[in-house]
Design a binder for this molecule. Structure first.
Ligand SMILES: [Zn+2]
Length: 145
């Protein structure tokens, strides 16, 4: 029965080849996953680098020009976020206490959490000197967070 033997050997040969190929394929898949994982780690480190530099920027440390430029962008985005968050609160009839950051009703005259006096928005009935903590500064962020 040499004929059948031959066939079965051939079959097992191709099976072996296929196994090796699928083994290679698995190896390739594994390697690609590992490459992806390393790339993710790099991205995370990039983010940490960016954060570290941004912290330095906020502290007023001197940075290479490109970094200052990028940090200014981040600051701009942060401001956008703050504005939008404030708008969301406003739509909800709430605001943040400028002193402790607690969410409180717009109408509250005092923060229920920290007791800070609140600026009550546009109510001409109360002629108080409300020009103390208006947003009149030229870009200097409050550092009370
Ligand atoms: Zn407060």
């Amino acid at each position: 029965m040499a004929f059948f033997e031959n066939i079965s050997r051939k079959v097992s040969d191709t099976a072996k080849a296929a196994a090796r190929k699928s083994g290679d394929l698995m190896e390739v898949t594994k390697l690609n996953l590992s490459i992806g994982a390393e790339e993710d780690k790099i991205k995370r480190k990039y983010m940490e680098i960016g954060k570290t530099i941004y912290e330095a920027y906020k502290k007023g440390e001197e940075l290479p020009y490109a970094c200052t430029d990028l940090c200014e962008k981040v600051k701009e985005y942060e401001r956008n976020i703050e504005e939008m968050k404030a708008k969301v609160l406003q739509l909800k009839g709430l605001k943040n206490c400028p002193s402790c950051g607690a969410e409180l009703d717009e109408e509250f005259a005092f923060c229920p959490k920290c007791g800070a006096k609140q600026e009550v928005p546009e109510k001409p009935s109360e002629p108080e000197d409300s020009e103390e903590s208006e947003e009149s500064d030229d870009g200097e962020e409050c550092t009370c967070d």
